[in-house]
Design a protein around this ligand. Structure first.
Ligand code: RB5
Length: 148
């Protein structure tokens, strides 16, 4: 299951990427927004990140105007590794090195073709583990410490 969520600034790109995900045969759940009215990105980022954090969904893709706001809110959640990417290389590295479980894209930054390429790069990449796992373990330990 791939969750998607956006504010008004990311809505158009979210709809385009939903079409891609359906083309790829993925199960998709849209957590909104569903129209162009101005909304607050945390409301939709929280819906996606909460479920990924709780293990109710394996991954999500968030969209806002720049991707910055959605990154900030999603990374408040334990177990969430949300990666704001701006090109296919970053999207691939987000999985290979960071095991990002949320990809964040800026609807006012990316054209549809680039975003499609990025989503495919992220979905098709494999986490490399190895030396990267020790780094992710340090982040997880920090999360536990900060939650005390
Ligand atoms: C909304 O205008 C805009 O601020 C939002 O989409 C996003 O870019 C925030 O980071």
């Amino acid at each position: 299951m791939i969750l998607v969520g956006s504010d008004h600034g990311g809505l158009e790109l979210k709809d385009a990427i939903k079409r891609l995900l359906v083309e790829r045969g993925a199960a998709v759940e849209d957590c909104g927004t569903d129209n162009g009215n101005s909304v607050d990105y945390p409301d939709f980022g929280i819906k996606v990140a909460r479920k990924v954090s709780a293990g109710e969904a394996e991954k999500g893709i968030l969209f806002c105007g720049t991707g910055i706001g959605m990154s900030i809110v999603a990374n408040k959640f334990p177990n969430v590794r949300a990666a704001l990417a701006t090109d296919p290389f970053m999207a691939r590295m987000a999985k290979e090195h960071n095991n990002a479980n949320i990809l964040v894209l800026g609807g006012r930054v990316l054209d549809e073709a680039t975003a499609r390429e990025m989503v495919c790069a992220w979905l098709d990449a494999a986490y490399e583990g190895g030396r990267h796992q020790g780094r992710l373990d340090k982040i997880a330990a920090l999360e536990r410490e900060l939650m005390k």
